[in-house]
Write a protein that binds this ligand. Sequence first.
Ligand code: C2E
Ligand code: MG
Ligand code: MG
Length: 694
Amino acid sequence: MIPLSSLRKGIGLRLLALIILFSSAVTLISTAIQLYFDYRQDVSAIEQRLDEIEESYLASIAAGLWNVDITQLKLQLEGILRLPDMKAAIVQEDGLAVSEPISVSFGQKSENAALSRVFTITYREGDVVRDIGSLYVEASFTGVYNRLFNKAIVILLTQGVKTFLVSMFILYIFNWLVTQHLSTIANYVRSYNFNSALPTLSLNRRKPHKDDELDAMVRAYNAMCQNLLKAYDELKDVNAKLEDDIAAQREYEERLLYQAHYDLLTGLANRVLMFDRLDHAISTAQRNQCYTALLCIDLDQFKNVNDTMGHGVGDQLLVQAAQRLTACVRECDTLARIGGDEFVIILPEISEKSLALQVAERIINAFTENFHIADQDHFVTASVGISLYPLDGKDHQILLRNADLAMYKAKEAGRNCFHFFTEEINQALSKRLELERELRGAVEHGELVLHYQPVFDLKSGIPIALEALIRWQQPNGSLRAPDQFIPIAEDMGLLQEIGDWVLERACAEIAALNKSLDYQLRVAINVSPKQLQEAGFGDSVKRHLDLSGLCTDNLELEITERVLMDDSPETDTNLKKINDMGIRLSIDDFGTGYSSLGYLQKYIFHTLKIDRSFVGAAIIDTNTRKLVETIITMAHGLGLEVIAEGVENLEQAQLLKQKNCNMVQGFYYARPAPITEISRYFASLPNIARAPLG
Ligand code: C2E
Ligand code: MG
Ligand code: MG
């Protein structure tokens, strides 16, 4: 049985409403048409009746009027009124002069009669026909309307009941045939679950029956479910793979994220995360009107451990150092490793400077104990530099730079201590920045010049070489010594450019000098470690030699022992190339560096220059004198010529001569001078003999 409720909603109700609406409209229109025709029929029946009155009643009425038979007249008029729909009948005699005209009436005459007729009453006497009066008859439509109304009620009632019953029947059938099955399908679809698939969809229908649209739909639906299930299974497999991929990707990304923010060796924050935390600490301090301290920590002597014990031990030491540093800070502080042995601590939201000082003291104390690694004790201390927000900088770059500068100040102060960033450091920095700016301008504006200092053969007194020494000519005419700007140029990365300029200029000027004097002077050019680390340095030396036309034998490159401590492959390649080209090499400032002397086996040197500090001290100190003597003997033993630098007086010159030194250079003989003066000096020398070279 179909539930009644299902008929009251959904398509059924709409169907019912539409059927009723449509059939009501049809009923109304057909009823109206029918009533119209009935009306026309009734009206013509009334008109026909009026025509009949003329035929049936007019003769009797004429006789009654002629005879003044009122009774007869009334009888006739009564008869007329009994006819259907007649409302009034009035006989009116035509006026005669002798008496009052007769008037007999039945019924009530209306003002605006719907249908009325006036007949002339005639009387025939022989051949004479006389008009003796008139008959007025009026019909009423009330009866017609009542009949039509009743008829309409009956039609509407019967049609309404019929429509309702037929609609209900159609609805029931529609529900039985279609709607209930649609609901079954809807319920099936609603409860469909891919994980516990239902049996195939089937409808509760009379069997057998002819295949129809519902069967086609059920079949199509079941086929679709099968395909969906298959697709779902495939999707499940793909999804499982995808989830695995996503999990692997996520793990990879998390690893990358970790690597991007943490130092893998110590597990501490790295530079990126440190800057992030510092920015955060700065904004918090700004909001809460307090300080943020930044501590830059560098391990002293760490390089020694790394160099002597290897990187494995170095790494273990860094891990232990990180643990000691972690113990010095609060949970809310950030400890980061931002370089090899460089650590940074951020102390956010501190109310006073002394708190940073306490942490710095704790750090220094934490390094008083030895590090025990690989069964050995290693003593490594820490130098700490401190900068404070907002006093020492407003952004992370400045704060870090200032903490770093303060840390270098602590190193200068003897290491194993801490130093706050101060105004003094700030001024030194400003000075240095100013100098850097000027130096960049100096290179661009060609303010660099070369001076040359002659080197003399000690026995003959003949000048045989010139050392090229750079100067910075200030716009006010004063000269700046190389010690004041060469290290800065080195830091700024300008030294390659400057060195190249020196090589070009010195080769060109000395080649020109030799040509003009027909002489064979040698030029000694100082080369910095940075220049030798540059790939292709050897090639650029060759290029300048070729361009200037200077003879290879007339070029000597001076390098310090510091260069030889650098075991980079580029330095090695460049030195070998210089040796291969046959260019002379000399060891400058001998005795001031790490004199391991092993390099003497590796490369070919021609000259050894004793540093001027030994030359000066040799006069007053016996040990130094002995040292100078030993150096000269050793150099000669190795086939090297010896130049003594910084000879300032006769006494020094005589001592060096006595000790068999080959050459001298110093203010006693000649001061460094510009090429014009040097040219004049050489041109003025009498009997310049060609100096015996080599
Ligand atoms: P250096 O190569 O040892 O040069 C010798 C330095 O001793 C020169 O100082 C010279 O003026 C100075 N000198 C010479 N005789 C005497 C003396 O009798 N008494 C005293 N007190 N000093 C004397 P300068 O020119 O100031 O150069 C200093 C250093 O700057 C040089 O030491 C060299 O290492 C470096 N330097 C100079 N020019 C260049 C250059 O073009 N390139 C590079 N990389 N370094 C250069
Ligand atoms: Mg030199
Ligand atoms: Mg020197």
